[in-house]
Design a protein around this ligand. Sequence first.
Ligand code: TYD
Length: 229
Amino acid sequence: MTGQFITFEGGEGAGKTTQIARLKQRLEELGKTICLTREPGGSPGAEKIREMLLSGAARKLGPRGEAMLFAAARADHVDGVIAPALVRGDWVICDRFADSTRVYQGEAGVDNETLDLLETIAVAGTRPDLTILIDIPADIGLSRVSSRSKTDDSGGPDRFEADTIATHERRRSLFLDLAKQQPERFVVVDGRHDPDHVAGEIWWAVHRHFKDLLPEQKDNSTTATSAEG
Ligand code: TYD
């Protein structure tokens, strides 16, 4: 595979969508071909499963059943979209990936052994080169989500957004734990800052990570927190 695989992770209202669009634009300006995608979903089969998951229709399967559906969606997405794009040499940017299952379904009680198995089967060896975790306190993220859903036609919080603030805070710490465990893959940025500042930190981190593949960068005045330190 010759392409590069970047994932974005974080709690609700962290600002992933805005930051993903900005990173895509910046990489395109450097001549990269970007495959922009998301989970759950991203391929026709996975988008059907997304609807079941986010509407709450799959809730009665329990956390393990839901984790299996996320994994099934991921398998279709990897096989049909992500792996072919990487083979073509594209840069893939994915809004959420396997770390979200570890955090959301792990928090809901699915044990690590099951999560390991499901991940191995779903990703079939396709793993992110870099994961950007946008960290935000749950109360700030949720208040952004609730003011957004008043102005768009999303119809209110989805199955996972509607959980308690304590649940969202536990997810936040699980994301941060993952970042600590895999510092070579993760970069943590503080999502409380304004979008320009966050975009600067992300760009600095991406540039540092892929320095051999991108033109030399003069302005490195912003500071992303590497999970290494
Ligand atoms: P989405 O509308 O894509 O929201 P967001 O902007 O927060 O990414 O909703 C995806 C929801 O699904 C989100 O609440 C996280 C949850 N999720 C899981 O529980 N497990 C997973 O493996 C993935 C990919 C997402």
